[in-house]
Design a protein around this ligand. Sequence first.
Ligand SMILES: Nc1nc2c(c(=O)[nH]1)N(C=O)[C@@H](CNc1ccc(C(=O)N[C@@H](CCC(=O)O)C(=O)O)cc1)CN2
Ligand SMILES: Nc1ncnc2c1ncn2[C@@H]1O[C@H](COP(=O)(O)OP(=O)(O)OP(=O)(O)O)[C@@H](O)[C@H]1O
Length: 185
Amino acid sequence: MTVIADKTEARRAAFAARAAAHAAGQGQAAQLLADWLVPHRGKVLAGYMAMRTEIDPTPAMAAHDGPVCVPVIVAAGQPLRFRQWSHGCRMVAGTFGALVPEEGAWLEPEVLIVPLLSFDRRGFRLGYGGGFYDRTLEVLRARHPVLAVGFAYAAQEAPEVPTEPTDQPLDALITENGPFPLSSS
Ligand SMILES: Nc1nc2c(c(=O)[nH]1)N(C=O)[C@@H](CNc1ccc(C(=O)N[C@@H](CCC(=O)O)C(=O)O)cc1)CN2
Ligand SMILES: Nc1ncnc2c1ncn2[C@@H]1O[C@H](COP(=O)(O)OP(=O)(O)OP(=O)(O)O)[C@@H](O)[C@H]1O
């Protein structure tokens, strides 16, 4: 099998595992994420608007002491852009369904809360297959130091996520059980 086919199969299993975890609730996950973000106060933080059965980071985004933004798809094959977000700001449906701010400044994040379907202990992740976060992290990391923190249910852990050379690893990962020890850190 090719890596692409491996990823497609892994996505199928990951959707099911995530949906089961989502049904059980996310407990104190957002508070644990907020705690992890405290030392990063003042930095530009990218969060995301949860879709499908993703774990919801918005309480941690609202608690961040600094600018917050969320991803906007510009086009397929292009890095994401990030528009300033604040709790209660006017949102509209973006490409592929996630909500995006109707207006606001374009920001360049230094810390990114990254959504995912599954992760492994090396810090590799599987998303919906657009390659958006890989392209985005590649560009941002070439420009300045960036921290990519995955946010997920513990049940989304996979033994080994299929990887390609373009996959950008996570620097940290938070679940409802707290920071998850990655082998890279
Ligand atoms: N909450 C959230 N926002 C996000 C992301 C994310 O993963 N989560 N993204 C992270 O990149 C971007 C959205 N990327 C997405 C990419 C593909 C699909 C999707 O539904 N894909 C279809 C198949 C693709 C197609 O129709 O051509 C699918 O999975 O069935 C959804 C979101 C930006 N915003
Ligand atoms: N920096 C890049 N340059 C060129 N192609 C890339 C880059 N990053 C990813 N790709 C391509 O995009 C395709 C989809 O990537 P991948 O399967 O890793 O997406 P994903 O991580 O699941 O999605 P997302 O990052 O949007 O959540 C890959 O097959 C890869 O070839």
